[in-house]
Design a protein around this ligand. Sequence first.
Ligand SMILES: Cc1ncc(COP(=O)(O)O)c(C=O)c1O
Length: 285
Amino acid sequence: MKFPRFEMERMQSAWEHKVRYDLSESGVEALTLEEITRDPKELLRTPLGYAEGVGREETRALVASFHAGHAADDVVITTGTSEANFIALGTLVSAGDEVVVVMPNYMQLHGVATALGARVREVWLREERSWTIDLDALAAAVNARTKAICVCTPNNPTGQILSAGEIGAIVRVAERHGAWIVADEVYRGAERSAEESPSFSGRGERIIVTGGLSKVYGLPGLRIGWLVGPPAQIAAALEMKDYTSIAPATLSEALAQRVRSASSATSSRSTRCPSSIASSATTRR
Ligand SMILES: Cc1ncc(COP(=O)(O)O)c(C=O)c1O
């Protein structure tokens, strides 16, 4: 596998701990350990053995609870959304396949598809359409060789949110050609309006949704993510995960279970959000 250089991530990793002001961060202000742990002593008693590879049943059930049509068994806990994305394409795509990527994009899925030897077809969101998806352009890019359509909603960097109608239309295009959809929903919940954006989950048979705690929950340092999909993909994901990370970090997973209640107990997500992802069209992590 030959990976193209992930320019934006290299830039971010090189500078984010050196600069005084970071205008490129896309998550909310990070929570402290104190804010999510009412009983640190309990954590001190956590045995630091390997965690269960697929993730704890309780963590998976929690993730399933906000992915319609899914139960705990349809969820794998991963090391960040990054690992979930990597595995999602890694289990689907082979050299010679085509992968459609909606652009502009964070570029991880684009790079992974390229490394896997796929031909990447780009479908661009354009400013003159207020960044809405051009469904005709998408339909024209998908064909019998398309293994996956990669979307990010809410989109990084435009902030564009796919409506339920647009999601339905994308699913129909994919179904027409037997293609999978890999929907990176790591920004779902970061909306400026009160309404949470619609999800691809529960909208079809060949859909993998990825997400994690890095953005909306302000916990990128935990490196907890998830992959939600049908049983055969979950089994394939676990086999690949044996090579990538084996299991989630034990302490991170123990902390992850406290997050939903802790984040509502501290302050509202919207007021914690220093800058909405909707406010800029510059790619950022
Ligand atoms: C769209 C998108 N997906 C995935 C990631 C990586 O997320 P994580 O930190 O959960 O691995 C980022 C990080 O900026 C992102 O913007």
